[in-house]
Ligand binder design. Structure first.
Ligand code: FAD
Length: 259
């Protein structure tokens, strides 16, 4: 459990950002991860009073506040209707409902955990993040950045007809994934993202057509295997993860081809 010398419920993003420029400050979202740490925090800045807990929809995109909970994502009919149930699929294995009522989108994405289901799945969609000072940038760019002291404010998800699917392998129903693969199709081309390798989720930079046959899929898998790093840990060996990446990629492509 962490301890904090001072607690501040931020009234504005500017106040939260100013306080967070000190290295001894820590931002508090759902607190589900933080509570497991042994940090000695100077100032704990609570983001829950900033109105960042809304899911908004326009004609062209969804805007998801950083304090939206995993449960809000899981149960949103608008999001799940627009993206084939992806938001339910990427959250439903995470611990349990009570936990998902606390843990947030912002805490999940800002922490950029290698095992993150959310980061892997959202990279398959066309998303941008909004940081309080740095402004909007593609999620893929943000995912590659090292941790900094800016504040993740919202995530924008484009409604552009991209069709996603998401597959994970877990040793037990609510454990962290051993490996995760998200894929999406738009205009006949498929984007594949592989996470929990156990390194951070990454987009595969090789072409894959929706109509790919067995040989084309194998060529894609060979490119994926040489681009991405895989490693072993207590959940699975490097060799097992490489095998799973091929299996789950094949399943994702088959699911997209079936429509
Ligand atoms: C036991 C356990 C099992 C888990 N299993 C899974 C799993 O299977 N799959 C999965 O994807 N995830 C899993 N998670 C991670 C979980 O889903 C959340 O990602 C995690 O709890 C962080 O969200 P939070 O709201 O609790 O953030 P917090 O714990 O409050 O914060 C986490 C970190 O992010 C920073 N932060 C929070 N919000 C912002 C912001 N808006 N801008 C900048 N920085 C910010 C905080 O300062 C802190 O460093 C698990 C977590 C736990 C504790």
């Amino acid at each position: 459990m962490f301890t904090a010398q001072q607690y501040v419920k931020a009234a504005t993003l500017e106040e939260a950002w100013q306080l967070n420029q000190k290295r001894s400050t820590t931002l508090l979202a759902g607190g589900c991860w933080l509570r497991l740490t042994r940090r000695r925090v100077g100032t704990l800045v609570d983001l829950s009073g900033l109105g960042l807990d809304t899911i908004e929809e326009t004609e062209s995109e969804f805007s998801l506040g950083a304090m939206v909970t995993l449960r809000q994502l899981e149960t949103s009919e608008a999001l799940n209707g627009a993206f084939g149930g992806l938001f339910k699929e990427m959250t439903r294995h995470i611990v349990g409902v009570q936990f998902r009522n606390c843990a947030t989108l912002g805490g999940s994405i800002a922490a950029r955990f290698g095992f993150s289901d959310l980061l892997c799945a959202l990279l398959a969609l066309d998303c941008e993040v909004e940081l309080f000072k740095a402004g909007r940038m593609p999620l893929e760019q943000y995912a590659k950045m090292p941790a900094d002291r800016d504040i993740l404010v919202r995530i924008f998800v484009k409604k552009n007809g991209r069709r996603p699917v998401y597959q994970t392998m877990r040793n037990a129903e609510t454990d962290l994934p051993v490996l995760a693969v998200a894929a999406s199709e738009k205009d006949g081309q498929v984007r594949v993202v592989v996470g929990a390798r156990p390194a951070r989720a990454e987009v595969v930079n090789a072409p894959l057509a929706l109509a790919a046959d067995k040989a084309a899929l194998e060529a894609f898998q060979a490119a994926m295997q040489s681009q991405l790093t895989f490693a072993g840990n207590m959940r699975g060996s490097e060799e097992y993860r490489r095998h799973l990446a091929n299996v789950l990629t094949g399943r994702c492509l088959a699911a997209l081809q079936e429509g």
